[in-house]
Design a protein. Structure first.
Length: 362
């Protein structure tokens, strides 16, 4: 493994888990009656190391990058849509921007390798609010066409990983919500799933931005060609360089750094989960820090979740990406923490545990 990547410590704590469960079991309700919300509260308490968790200054980060593989016709939209949507994020008009505002989430968009200069015409050293430019050297045109050569060089991959780590180090708060934007990135995610989970590419490939059935078949054929070209790229970091995207690689670094810092990592859909699949292959303990927001309507996402052995909070047929599902799930995390902190115990409320259970059952 690349030496600068962190090694994660096991954060499981039997005494804390017991204290969290005791706290939940003694709230004024029948035990387990809040279902998966109780599981979520337990998880967040374990990550943050407390029976009274508070989610502070949550950060929605949208990682953006372009993909040379789009030259093979694997997307229904041209690559220019990537930079146009980044501008939409920055203008506040995209779904994730609207939902971030609604939920009090700070939104940062990261140019990891978009085929566009977002600072063109500005004086040297100038910045744009809400935007961070974190391009690896040579990433100005996005990744290479992975059907002809590796998507990125080893040096570019490592620089992208490092950028993700440094980005998180500079962000406040204790929660990171993952979003992404990149025409062609469902193909990169499908390739990573196929290679790292050992699944046939046909199982992993879906409609992406809206391909019809014949186009999905053509996309699958191209992706099979990519896998055959990079048959030896089986180790996680080798697969990431050969098959992935700059936004996915940067996200892997961000996930690992957030995990080291014991931030709650809220994972969006198919693309964001592909970054966690890579991070998990490097450091399995990363899952201790992850909450999976939703099960995407994109075909391969269900298999990603199965591969990781996790269950998502929502299942609404979402397949927009951007971090939209993570933003929609955010109120559930807030509610889980509020229940742990603010809901009265039987002793505090002067309610008999037996009678409370009987009343609810009646």
């Amino acid at each position: 493994m690349t030496t600068f990547l962190p090694t994660l410590a096991d954060i499981s704590d039997a005494a804390l888990t017991q204290a969290l469960q005791h706290t939940l079991d003694n709230k004024t309700k029948p035990q387990g009656s809040l279902g998966r919300l109780e599981d979520l509260g337990l998880k967040i308490g374990q990550i943050l190391g407390t029976t009274a968790p508070v989610l502070e200054q949550p950060q929605m980060v949208v990682f953006a990058g372009d993909h040379g593989l789009t030259a093979r016709g694997i997307s229904a939209f041209p690559s220019d849509v990537t930079w146009q949507m980044v501008e939409n994020f920055l203008a506040g008009g995209a779904a994730v921007a609207v939902l971030a505002r609604q939920n009090g989430l700070a939104l940062t968009v990261v140019d990891c390798g978009v085929k566009h200069d977002f600072l063109a015409g500005l004086p040297g050293g100038a910045e744009r609010a809400g935007l961070q430019v974190r391009k690896a050297k040579g990433a100005e045109q996005g990744t290479a066409d992975s059907s002809a050569q590796p998507a990125m060089t080893v040096a570019q991959r490592d620089e992208a990983l490092h950028h993700g780590m440094e980005l998180v180090k500079g962000l406040p708060g204790n929660a990171l919500l993952l979003g992404e934007m990149g025409i062609g990135n469902t193909s990169a995610a499908s390739l990573l799933l196929s290679r790292l989970a050992g699944l046939d590419i046909a199982v992993c490939t879906g409609a992406g931005t809206g391909l019809d059935a014949p186009a999905v078949q053509r996309k699958t054929a191209v992706l099979r060609e990519v896998l055959e070209r990079h048959v030896d790229a089986t180790a996680p970091l080798d697969a990431l360089a050969a098959l992935g995207g700059f936004e996915i690689a940067t996200m892997v670094g961000a996930v690992l750094q957030a995990a080291v810092e014991r931030r709650v990592i809220v994972v969006d859909g198919f693309i964001a989960t592909s970054a966690v699949v890579v991070a998990h292959a490097l450091q399995p303990l990363v899952l201790q820090r992850c909450v999976f927001a939703h099960r995407s309507g994109e075909r391969g996402h269900e298999f990603m979740l199965q591969h990781l052995g996790v269950r998502a909070l929502l299942d609404m047929g979402l397949r927009l990406g951007e971090g939209s599902g993570a933003a929609l799930a955010w109120p559930l995390l807030q509610s889980a923490c509020t229940i742990l902190r603010d809901m009265a115990s039987f002793a505090q409320a002067g309610v008999s545990e037996k009678s409370a259970g009987t009343e609810v059952a009646a």
